[in-house]
Design a protein around this ligand. Structure first.
Ligand code: ZN
Length: 196
């Protein structure tokens, strides 16, 4: 390259080309008209700084600068019911509960939600229990997608975060697991007691 464009500029240019080619996908920042989304059966996409997700990051180790990306697709079925399908992706740094070292985990949340007119309508319908029914959410002409993205990512967090295989155990744990220590094994101690 002749150096007329830096890498950030190149990325923007690529994005622009993608954006123009893919006319079904629209980039938005935060607020969405869910009724329009469902009526037009559109898909929206967005990105937000991970650092802004306070509830998600509460209690987690310090995070490098990262982005959360999401897409939201609207749908109206033959019965006139309205739905939206969310997908959110983020990489978060968690602390392994086995070796206490930080590690990065790819979080993906996917959910399909039925749109209802209001919170009270959701409560009314919840009395008829149907375990197969999709989750419900109150639609809005000014719906905060990032709140939903954050809720779904919180649900996707592992309850006890752990490496699949810890790269290294702390020394204290290693010796406890029977490295070359001078302590006699519990079994030889027992055997000795029996003899006495
Ligand atoms: Zn670990």
């Amino acid at each position: 390259m002749a150096g007329w464009i830096d890498s950030k500029g190149a990325k923007q240019l690529l994005f622009y080309v993608f954006f123009v080619l893919d006319t079904e996908t629209v980039q938005v920042n935060r607020f969405v008209d869910t009724w329009e989304l469902a009526r037009l059966q559109r898909e929206l996409r967005g990105e937000a700084a991970l650092a802004g997700f306070d509830r998600l990051l509460e209690g987690l180790p310090e995070q490098p600068e990262r982005k959360v990306s999401w897409s939201l697709a609207g749908e109206t079925d033959k019965l006139g019911r309205r739905f939206m399908s969310l997908r959110a992706d983020a990489v978060v740094t968690l602390e392994c509960q086995r070796c206490l070292q930080p590690f990065d985990l790819q979080l993906t949340a996917e959910s399909r939600l039925e749109l209802l007119e209001s919170e009270s309508e959701i409560e009314d319908e919840d009395t008829e229990e149907d375990p197969d029914a999709p989750d419900r959410v109150a639609g809005s002409s000014h719906f905060d997608v990032l709140e939903l993205v954050e809720d779904e990512l919180i649900l996707a967090l592992p309850y006890v975060p752990k490496h699949e295989v810890c790269p290294s155990l702390p020394d204290a744990l290693k010796s406890a697991e029977g490295g070359d220590t001078d302590r006699p094994s519990p079994f030889s101690v027992l055997a000795k007691l029996k003899k006495d």
